[in-house]
Design a protein around this ligand. Structure first.
Ligand SMILES: Cc1cc2nc3c(=O)[nH]c(=O)nc-3n(C[C@H](O)[C@H](O)[C@H](O)COP(=O)(O)OP(=O)(O)OC[C@H]3O[C@@H](n4cnc5c(N)ncnc54)[C@H](O)[C@@H]3O)c2cc1C
Length: 330
């Protein structure tokens, strides 16, 4: 079945109306109206405002499944993890697609697409590390559907945006009908596929402080695109008087969730720019090994992940220090 010019086999196995959810741009017709599930399919609701969506979440509780671009939810449907007891809450009608500067931060709406992040001159200028994290994300079709909140809400330890956002010190706003609260991006996931989001909450925006200095995102993959990272590291630094004066480091796919690595960052501070400092970098690589817990799985062994991650850190620090971070809009 061809969807918006691409082959998305997931749609074939879900329910006949799935293409309506997956078609880019258009306003999809409901699978069936109301929250009552029929024919083994989940219920479906398409609220017209954030308030309506939050009221639905409050009413349906754990049975509500927020649906943004659907690129992850589609797989859960296919594997029977979302069933008749659930109701999909299609967020396509509630807005949240804004991308603006507020003070010294970028404020990104939950529904901003990966393609928007990748092509935005504002993101490229203010948070090139985030732009870089979108460079090898999925395919053009996936980037055109997948959203920022979906990437974080899915809580996959291999998600590409999370390490960059953590290294940038980004914060998530969660809204419920009772109000809003903020969380650091690293505090949203509580384990693979699990988050600290309450069932009555939605991610509404992500606030990303402007990047302070050189940064780089290194992703270990077996091929450039449509591949899941077997390890990733994001490095964000500030440079003063020829030395790294401040750093923040995050790692992905080497633990049950994205990891902030403060000891690794501390070991980078003080390194001279544009000059090798192998002993200090060895200390950073060692610190990274203590702050991550890679596992063996069919894609890579624990030992491979640990070794390769250290090399990724060397590359990222080297690129960042040389001012060669940012493969952003390749
Ligand atoms: C072929 C393919 C390639 C991919 N490549 C990559 C890749 O390179 N890198 C990568 O990181 N990911 C990749 N993904 C995974 C996926 O595309 C991303 O995680 C994407 O960002 C999910 O966004 P979405 O809008 O489609 O989310 P959805 O599938 O709609 O939702 C994902 C999760 O987030 C929740 N959610 C959505 N919006 C909100 C909200 N506002 N508030 C609270 N919870 C919310 C949903 O309930 C669900 O649990 C790929 C997927 C496919 C199918």
């Amino acid at each position: 079945m061809i969807i918006a010019g691409c082959r998305l086999p997931v749609s074939c196995c879900l329910f006949p109306d799935a293409p309506q959810l997956l078609l880019a741009g258009g306003t999809p017709a409901p699978l069936h109206s109301g929250a009552v599930a029929v024919d083994g399919r989940p219920g479906y609701e398409r609220p017209g405002s954030l308030e309506e969506a939050l009221a639905l979440l409050a009413r349906l509780g754990e049975h509500a499944v927020p649906l943004a671009g659907g690129t992850d939810v589609a797989l859960r449907l296919r594997h029977g993890l979302v069933g008749t007891e659930h109701t999909l809450i299609d967020l396509g009608g509630i807005g949240l697609g804004g991308l603006e500067e507020r003070g010294d931060a970028l404020v990104l709406g939950a529904a901003v697409r990966i393609a928007d992040l990748r092509s935005s001159p504002r993101v490229a200028r203010r948070a090139p590390l985030l732009c870089e994290a979108t460079a090898e994300f999925g395919s053009p079709q996936i980037r055109g559907r997948a959203t920022l909140a979906g990437n974080l809400g899915n809580a996959s330890p291999v998600a590409d945006l999370a390490p960059a956002l953590v290294a940038l010190g980004a914060r998530i706003t969660l809204a419920s009908k009772d109000g809003t609260r903020e969380l650091a991006v690293e505090d949203l996931p509580s384990g693979p596929g699990k988050t600290a989001r309450r069932v009555d909450e939605l991610i509404t925006e992500v606030t990303v402080p402007f990047q302070r200095g050189p940064g780089a995102y290194e992703r270990l993959v077996y091929r450039r695109q449509l591949a899941i990272a077997v390890g990733s590291v994001a490095v964000h630094t500030e440079v003063r008087e020829g030395k790294v004066s401040w750093a923040r480091v995050a790692a992905g796919a080497v633990g049950p969730r994205v990891l902030l690595c403060p000891r690794t960052a501390a070991a980078i501070v003080g390194l001279p720019v544009g000059e090798g400092a192998p002993a200090r970098l060895a200390a950073a690589v060692q610190a990274l090994a203590t702050e991550t817990s890679p596992i063996s799985d069919p894609r890579a062994s624990r030992a491979y992940r640990a070794g390769a991650l250290g090399e990724a850190l060397r590359t990222a620090v080297g690129r960042g220090r040389d001012g060669r971070g940012g493969r952003g809009q390749s």
